[in-house]
Design a binder for this molecule. Structure first.
Ligand SMILES: [Zn+2]
Length: 666
């Protein structure tokens, strides 16, 4: 008997799902490949090995049969080339013993082989975009582990059933009637506690103008007389093109009462804006400027006007929000986020800006949970804020190293510190992303928040200390800088990563891929409905380089899909929709596409949202795919495998560790 997450005892320990469409792993990991001793793999590039094995799958069905493959593809530079021998000498497809296969390089005889068409791929096509998924029809799990993925007639399932035939109490069969069963999604980039807190904040997302914002807040204040602070989210600079100050938020509270602090986050969380009562509550008059951030001030009086950007927001406003929230509120926020995540099919998440306040709350929630388990597998990157000296910066890395010694894959695999995160620029909408050429509309050239020289000691120390490095880089200049730092100082086996990658040069897309650096991308940020200002800010020529996902993948970068919630909708399938159609999820009738030639394939995007994220933090042998021996984390979805239909997919159930943790009503 095991305790379920609802606290009830669970007696049924084995489940078989049948008549399901079970997505089998699409991009198996390097480790998975070498397990099967496909001779070519250890000697070819990461990219080739991934593609190679995925295609073995396509041709030959279940993973276990890879040895019986009669026809495998080799992939060279993102293009399919057929080879007819499973790592064997040409024509010898039945021999049991493998011989060595060609080495990566100019003399590879695969280059000389004719390109043979073999369904469903056409040689010469980019792989990820066009490759359909493969499906199995039955999944057997026992307790928290997957025992078999295949067909109900497979020997492991029939044997299991016959040896447990008398004990219908301990085996349950679920007929999924053709629904899809996917690996539990893992959000590759999100902010857990702020996500939970934002669930209770007033959403200004639907507002279009300053007066919409004011009316929305006024109505909320009247309806919520008891909340001590009015916290709002979803403001975009494009709603207030003339700029804002505290005065714009004054006088919105219930007439006659002392005004409560009002604090508004931008949708991207890079800026905050408050009223005069908020300035007082924050203590913002006392704040000193910080590197990489701005505290907006009146040009004449020098007084704080109520808007805080970038590092000033992170350094002052985030800790304030964490501080004014009680432990109870913080724990409740995380709990709410976990539940919201289950409801859209997630079983894991990567927190991209962990700090003391959120970490404390997370540990408190662990203490309160049955067996100390939060039903979401959490990997966290510790946020390193920009300080005046290298020593102060590195000191924050030391704190992360210290925490990772205590909380790691061995000790607390489901709540661990895996690396550090540095926010190296802002965002394009606020004109704070670091660009190689000036912004089009005002001629201003923004530089990255961290220079290469400032980054280096942080990257070096983190890498030496066994941590992964995740660098936020949105503009092309910043992407260039962070790649310099990562390629020089982060060893590839640690799997360094770059977050966002919104406007990259062709050269850097290639550098990223060739270095095997993870492209941590959030397609929901590429939603055309929120990019309407881009042509004005960047000029049409630069917009052509936006969100170059296809290039990252084709050059060999592992992909990890994330939502960056709460800055964007957190559900994974809308993310897949935008990443594959390059159309708007927010406004489905809006027909504009964003650089559709950079689109991902459906199976590729689904895989990047599960296995790709697991790989990005060294967890691909345990989670992110439906394979024998892996954790029984999955989600059951009513969906069709077509990119246009991804936005209509309905999550029916979410299972974590072999337990159902969420079920749709009706
Ligand atoms: Zn983020």
């Amino acid at each position: 008997m095991t305790a379920g997450y609802d606290g009830k005892e669970q007696t049924k320990k084995a489940f078989i799902s049948i008549h399901a469409k079970i997505e089998v792993p699409f991009f198996p990991s390097k480790v998975g490949v070498s397990d099967h001793s496909v001779g070519a793999v250890p000697t070819v590039s990461r990219k080739t090995s991934w593609r190679f094995s995925s295609l073995a799958f396509l041709e030959d069905g279940p993973w276990d049969d890879v040895d019986k493959a009669i026809s495998l593809f080799e992939v060279w530079d993102g293009v399919a080339i057929e080879t007819t021998s499973n790592g064997l000498e040409n024509g010898d497809s039945t021999g049991a013993k493998r011989k060595s296969v060609p080495q990566h390089g100019q003399n590879n005889p695969l280059h000389q082989r004719p390109h043979l068409p073999l369904s469903p791929l056409t040689p010469g096509q980019p792989i990820g975009l066009t490759t359909p998924p493969t499906f199995a029809s039955a999944l057997l799990i026992q307790n928290d582990t997957i025992l078999h993925v295949g067909s109900p007639e497979d020997e492991p399932i029939t044997t299991f059933l016959s040896s447990n035939s008398s004990s219908s109490e301990t085996v349950e069969t679920i007929d999924l009637a053709g629904r899809s069963l996917l690996p539990g999604f893992i959000d590759g980039h999100m902010h857990l506690m702020i996500m939970g807190q934002s669930l209770t904040k007033l959403d200004l997302g639907p507002c279009k103008t300053l007066s919409d914002i004011q009316n929305t807040i006024r109505a909320y204040a009247a309806a919520q007389p008891d909340v001590p602070r009015i916290l709002c989210r979803g403001w975009m600079h494009s709603m207030t093109p003339g700029g804002v100050t505290a005065k714009d938020l004054d006088g919105l509270d219930i007439p006659g009462r002392t005004e409560r602090p009002i604090l508004v986050d931008t949708k991207d969380l890079h800026s905050a804006w408050c009223n005069t009562a908020g300035i007082k509550d924050l203590g913002a008059e006392e704040w000193k400027d910080v590197p990489g951030g701005t505290i907006e001030r009146d040009a004449e009086t020098g007084k704080v006007t109520g808007v805080f950007n970038e590092a000033a927001n992170i350094t002052y406003v985030w800790p304030y929000l964490a501080r004014v929230a009680s432990v109870e509120e913080r724990v409740a926020a995380i709990q709410a986020a976990v539940e919201a995540y289950h409801s859209v099919g997630y079983t894991g998440a990567v927190d991209m800006a962990m700090d003391e306040g959120a970490w404390d709350a997370l540990q408190e929630l662990r203490r309160r949970s049955p067996e100390g388990k939060i039903p979401l597998r959490i990997a966290a990157y510790w946020l390193v804020k920009p300080m005046k000296t290298d020593e102060e910066n590195v000191k924050q890395v030391e704190r992360a190293i210290e925490l990772a010694k205590e909380f790691n894959a061995q000790t607390t695999p489901d709540c661990r510190i895996v690396g550090v995160k540095v926010i190296c620029d802002g965002i394009i909408d606020a004109c704070t992303a670091g660009l190689s050429e000036p912004y089009e509309h005002n001629g201003h050239r923004e530089v990255p928040l961290w220079t290469r020289e400032q980054l280096e000691p942080v990257v070096k120390r983190a890498d030496e200390g066994g941590l992964q490095v995740a660098l936020h880089a949105i503009g092309d200049e910043t992407i260039n800088t962070v790649l310099d730092a990562l390629i020089a100082h982060a060893r590839p086996e640690r799997r360094p990563r770059v977050e966002h990658l919104e406007l990259s040069s062709e050269k850097d897309a290639e550098r990223l891929g060739k270095a095997g650096i993870t492209a941590s991308i959030q397609p929901v940020h590429a939603d055309p409905a929120i990019l309407r200002a881009w042509p004005k800010l960047l000029g049409a020529h630069r917009c052509k380089r936006a969100f170059a996902y296809r290039e990252f993948a084709d050059h060999g970068a592992p992909l990890a899909l994330g939502s960056d919630a709460p800055t964007a909708p957190h559900a994974p399938l809308p993310n897949v929709y935008v990443g594959t159609t390059r159309r708007s999820y927010r406004e489905p009738e809006y027909e504009t596409t964003v650089n559709p030639h950079f689109a991902l394939g459906v199976a590729e995007a689904v895989s990047a949202a599960s296995q790709g994220v697991a790989y990005s933090c060294h967890d691909e042998n345990r989670i992110g795919a439906l394979k024998k021996g892996m954790k029984a984390d999955f989600t059951i979805v009513d969906m069709e495998w077509e990119k246009e239909k991804m936005k209509d997919a309905k999550i029916l159930e979410t299972w974590f560790d072999g337990n159902k943790v969420w079920m749709a009503k009706n």
